[in-house]
Design a protein around this ligand. Structure first.
Ligand code: ADP
Ligand code: ADP
Length: 231
């Protein structure tokens, strides 16, 4: 469903954050995008979602095709409507808004009735959030905030969910819970998942396929189980 071919992204016309990124995510598959800090993973996700700052980060080359349609140049809200949605690193919730209000914000592409149904779907996926629906999100634990952030992204019923370091700073127990839900979205709903993680072991354990970036380039890729064995 998603194909990147030789994507190049430059900041300030000088910093080549992404030099050569080629990768694919198929329907119903979990793809891990791995690599050390500064490798270009976040920038790649931002490029796909059209959220590079204007006049700062710029796609200089290559192709980003989602469901047969080029994404580069489309505004971010248009990209959300195509079904490609990102949960940014650091969650970025509206801290003063309640859990439910945050979810509502993610449903802006939908009718009221659809949004209502989608909110119920999110609560069924994250039972922990049910009795927190009127809690101000700034008061939630890190893990709960991550669940709200993922739930908010799911409000637009995406076909492709991109997660930027979703488990950063979270306890192993919560990480496991979140990964289980992500795997379920993929296996049950056929959602494509692009998972950016620094913890390669953990990510490859739930992924089907992996890519490793280094200095802005995809330097290695392969089936996740094979990558796990070789590490
Ligand atoms: P990763 O997600 O793999 O840690 P990033 O995509 O965040 O890597 O960063 C890739 C490179 O681009 C790094 O050298 C980083 O410092 C640089 N970079 C990221 N964002 C910006 C920005 N807004 N302006 C300039 N350079 C940036
Ligand atoms: P992210 O991985 O989302 O880029 P970071 O913590 O690396 O998060 O960066 C925080 C903010 O600073 C982001 O908006 C990012 O684009 C920007 N940034 C990252 N590296 C640089 C850099 N070298 N120069 C300027 N801005 C940067």
């Amino acid at each position: 469903m998603l194909n990147l071919t030789n994507v190049q992204i430059v900041y300030d016309n000088t910093i080549e954050a992404v030099r050569e990124a080629s990768l694919s995510v198929g329907k119903g598959s979990i793809v891990a995008l791995l690599g050390s800090n500064g490798a270009g993973k976040s920038t790649t996700l931002k490029g796909i979602c059209g959220v590079l700052y204007p006049e700062d980060g710029e796609i200089k080359g290559g192709q980003i095709i989602f469901e047969g349609r080029p994404l580069a140049g489309l505004p971010p809200d248009e990209i959300v409507r195509t079904g490609a949605v990102m949960v940014p690193e650091g969650r970025r919730l509206f801290d003063q808004l309640t859990v439910e209000e945050n979810l509502v914000m993610g449903g802006y592409t939908r009718s009221r009735a659809d949004a209502k149904r989608q909110i119920d779907m999110v609560y069924s996926l994250f039972p922990r959030l049910v009795n927190k629906r009127t809690t101000v999100s700034g008061y939630l634990s890190g893990g709960e905030q991550q669940m709200v952030a993922i739930g908010r992204a799911l409000m637009s019923a995406p076909k492709l969910l991109m997660l930027d370091e979703p488990t950063l700073g979270l306890a192993p127990q919560i990480t496991e819970e979140i990964f289980e839900i992500v795997a379920r979205l993929c296996r049950q709903d056929g959602m494509g998942i692009l998972l950016v993680e620094q913890n390669a072991q953990m990510a490859l354990a739930i992924a089907d396929y992996g890519y490793i970036m280094e200095n802005g380039r995809v330097v290695l890729d392969g089936p996740a189980d094979k990558m796990l064995r070789n590490e």
